[in-house]
Design a binder for this molecule. Structure first.
Ligand code: DQA
Length: 146
């Protein structure tokens, strides 16, 4: 499939613990169950997704760098790095691919430190607060930018 029809989905730190991590905030679905829903929607929309998770900032930066020329768009839940990582923001700006920022929880309804996203200015837009649907809405949004 041509690179234009490919979307890179990135999950940041601690999202590997979904299902048992603060289920009252993040829900009961595991990362694998969320990924299955993302893959099912991708099939429906006729796009290819590559899904990766890392607890390591540098690894995420590397994947964003390598996405140039291989993918048409990025969907990213940078998790805690959202609020701290200039490196992720710079990587997104550097590759210049359309990116959609997603969050399972509504980061504006939580602690003050979560209300600031360092990557927000490097993405097309943000979807937060819809649980697993944030990813699915994010995928639909990203497809519009392919
Ligand atoms: C999160 C929100 C972040 O503040 C938090 O650090 C996460 C998950 C979300 O999906 O709601 O790990 O990105």
């Amino acid at each position: 499939m041509a690179k234009k029809k490919r979307i890179l989905v990135l999950h940041g730190p601690n999202l590997n613990l979904l299902g048992r991590r603060q289920p009252e905030i993040y829900g009961r679905l595991t990362l694998e169950q969320i990924n299955r829903k993302i893959r099912a929607l991708a099939r429906e929309l006729g796009v290819e997704v590559e899904i990766r998770q890392s607890n390591n900032e540098g690894e995420l930066v590397g994947w964003i760098q390598e996405s140039s020329g291989r993918f048409g768009a990025i969907v990213i839940n940078a998790a805690a790095y959202t609020h701290s990582s200039v490196a992720l923001r710079d990587a997104l700006v550097a590759v210049g691919l359309p990116a959609v920022e997603v969050h399972i929880s509504n980061i504006y309804k939580r602690e003050d430190f979560r209300k600031r996203s360092l990557i927000a200015e490097a993405v097309v837009g943000q979807i937060a607060g819809f649980g697993v649907h944030s990813y699915l809405l994010g995928l639909r949004a990203a497809v519009e930018y392919l």
